[in-house]
Write a protein that binds this ligand. Structure first.
Ligand code: GAL
Length: 673
């Protein structure tokens, strides 16, 4: 999709593509590098170069980005003595090594602008300024070290550090925010650069959809150039999909659509894309005066002002703004009246004619539809996982240990399995009542199985990762097996010492037995990392037959721990494709061995504040303009067209708790106006 996406950006009036570099994608184990497939960084940079565009390479290698563990490899947390993002030898050594690998790769391919390539700026670290204080003197030393280490890489292009107020010369500190017109670089000799203007926001499983109105996005951009801004970037202009297990959080959705100008499926989002295209055109008409002129500022009213750029060649460009968030206003500028809608900027590339006002939309409103396309009579095959430890246990311990410390993120799944003996003379057996199982966990989600039967589920959410489970369970006389499938839903992505935030069970007990409460936390627990099908890679053609699949014309419904496999045809047409998982429970999906990612049609509360129409006027915050209250946060899962073969495509689903696979369908994303 890269050439098409880059082209859509270019047509949208974009000159520079900014991208992070994902350390945990490129260095899956220490010293083992991967640059294949979606991680082919050189190919990506060259795609941009071929389109005649420039690039900002944000190496980090800590990146946040709603990406698993903020981009840092999970293995690094287990290198003894490592603390991320501070003056810590192992962290610095591994960081420098990776940074050098990336820089050397770019140099070898002559990709820095100093070598004739497209990369005009490079970034080290990411918003460390917010967190530095939590690390004391070590934090200060680390920030300075990062800057020096980067500069010593000798790329011939400037380095930037975003939200890093103490960035030492020659490193340029830059701004990330919804608005950066007020931003001043730490030194007057540095350009005013905006690395992240968020034109929307990301989604969290179980929360509604955030939207940022384009009038406000355009307003923020125009204000930035009005106030002397130079480089401006949208984050994201295209967010796409966090395939597989790359979404972090916890609980960030597989979709990273972001309400961005180019949507998850690669289509221009209208009117956002087109309105910003007009804005970019208007700003470029001011180019000569902006780059060469002197700026003067005049007040035109209590919340109205004009900034005028004039240069010696006689070029003149003006930005008239009205930052009143309620009232339109008519202002006088050079003896002409101009009507300024509330919260808007007018751009006058010749200081006379308004070519663009940020609040005036001219393009049509499109209708975007997901047109369902039933799977054509798929033949299903099914493989059911054991509820509890399969094969040999990875660990047996008389304690509840941290989930992530055990899985080291090799899988979302970790089985905690134990047994409970119930004697025949237990009162509850005679009375016909049920004892109650109580579980406490640091997060993120859980399915409870007793004697192989699913009893229920629990999970935290994007704000509170922890959860409790309290439900009656059917115990029988004799031995009972309690198998708890604990899950992570993406590792944390940012925050001080975020790598130490744990997950998994902290307490398990049963109430309502003859001897009172039965404490199970120090029982003998068998631990098993991952589920078997995942371990064997049964979603891949080459290892599909390592288990015995059962053929069925009617796939079983509402059955936990079930793998489904179907041969499917590609949907007709050429439009992008989403996989409709509305009727499934929770799990993961693959097509032809490619990871589609986590699915979970978890609904947001209908009591959240949603809007029918969003008032663009006034400061934006992610919760200002929600839609989809009471609906699944994510119903469709992007399956790139390029993953399909003309026939014989293998769709594999792992369903954790139960769903109706006969209702799975593809949908074509269509746009009409
Ligand atoms: C920023 C961060 C980005 C991304 C963004 C929110 O603070 O630098 O990586 O996480 O927030 O989408």
């Amino acid at each position: 999709m890269w050439p098409g996406l880059v082209q859509t950006a270019k047509e949208g009036g974009v000159d520079v593509i900014e991208s992070y570099v994902f350390w945990n994608g490129h260095e899956p184990s220490p010293g083992q590098y991967y640059f294949g497939g979606r991680y082919d960084l050189v190919k990506f940079v060259k795609t941009i170069q071929q389109a005649g565009m420039y690039m900002i390479l944000r190496i980090g290698p800590f990146v946040a980005a709603e990406w698993n563990y903020g981009g840092v490899p999970a293995w690094l947390h287990y290198v003894p003595g490592t603390v991320f993002r501070t003056d810590n030898e192992p962290f610095k050594n591994y960081m420098q090594k990776f940074m050098t690998v990336i820089v050397d790769l770019m140099k070898k391919e002559k990709l820095f602008a100093s070598q004739g390539g497209p990369i005009i700026l490079a970034q080290v670290e990411n918003e460390y300024g917010y967190y530095e204080k939590f690390y004391g003197e070590g934090g200060k030393r680390y920030a300075q070290w990062s800057a020096r280490m980067a500069v010593a890489q000798n790329t011939g292009v400037p380095w930037i550090m975003c939200q890093q107020w103490d960035a030492p010369d020659p490193v340029i500190n830059t701004c990330n925010s919804f608005y950066c017109d007020d931003f001043t670089p730490s030194s007057p000799n540095r350009p005013k650069i905006w690395t992240e203007n968020w034109p929307g926001w990301f989604k969290t499983f179980g929360a509604p959809d955030p939207h940022r109105p384009v009038e406000d996005v355009a307003f923020s951009v125009a204000r930035f150039f009005q106030k002397g801004g130079s480089v401006h970037n949208y984050y994201m202009y295209h967010g796409g999909t966090n395939f597989g297990r790359t979404a972090g959080g916890p609980f960030i959705t597989t979709s990273y659509d972001y309400d961005a100008p180019v949507d998850e499926y690669g289509l221009p989002r209208l009117p956002k894309w087109s309105h910003l295209k007009e804005l970019h055109k208007a700003i470029k008409l001011c180019e000569h005066a902006l780059l060469n002129g002197d700026k003067t500022n005049h007040s035109l009213g209590p919340s109205q002002e004009v900034d005028v750029y004039t240069d010696s060649s006689g070029s003149c460009a003006a930005f008239l703004s009205n930052t009143d968030d309620k009232n339109d206003k008519t202002v006088e500028f050079r003896n002409v009246s101009y009507h300024l809608p509330a919260w808007s900027v007018s751009i006058l590339p010749d200081c006379k004619n308004v070519v663009f006002n940020t609040a005036k939309l001219t393009s049509q409103t499109p209708v975007v539809k997901m047109i369902p396309e039933k799977l054509r009579q798929p033949k299903w095959e099914v493989f059911v996982e054991n509820a509890g430890t399969w094969g040999e246990a990875d660990l047996i311990k008389n304690s509840l240990d941290d989930h992530i410390n055990i899985t080291k993120d090799a899988s979302d799944y970790l089985w905690y399995t134990t047994s409970v003996f119930v004697s025949d003379d237990e009162e509850f057996l005679k009375k016909g009542t049920k004892p109650v199982l109580l579980i406490e966990s640091k997060g993120h989600a859980l399915h409870v199985f007793v004697n192989k039967e699913l009893q229920g589920s629990a999970s935290g959410n994007g704000t509170v990762f922890t959860y409790k489970y309290k439900e009656p369970i059917p115990l029988k006389a004799g031995k009972n097996e309690i198998a708890l499938l604990s899950m992570t839903v993406g590792l944390p992505t940012a925050g001080p010492y975020y790598e130490f935030i744990g997950a998994g069970l902290t307490s398990v007990k049963i109430e309502g037995l003859g001897n009172g409460t039965l404490e199970l936390s120090e029982n003998s627990w068998s631990y098993k990392i991952g589920v078997q099908g995942e371990h064997l890679g049964i979603y891949k053609a080459e290892s599909m037959n390592t288990v015995k699949w059962n053929s069925t014309s009617e796939p079983p419904k509402m059955q936990a721990l079930t793998w489904y496999k179907a041969i499917v045809d590609p949907p007709s047409g050429t439009e992008p494709i989403g996989l409709d998982m509305l009727h499934m429970g929770k799990g993961m999906a693959w097509l032809n061995g490619e990871e589609i990612g986590r699915y979970w049609p978890r609904k947001s509360s209908k009591h959240e504040k949603c809007v029918v129409e969003c008032n663009y006027r006034g400061k934006f915050m992610p919760d200002k303009c929600f839609t989809g209250c009471g609906e699944p946060t994510q119903r469709w899962y992007h399956v790139p067209r390029s993953w399909f073969k003309p026939s014989g495509n293998i769709l594999v689903i792992f369903e954790e708790k139960g769903g109706d696979p006969s209702k799975i369908s593809f949908a074509r994303r269509t746009v009409s106006s």
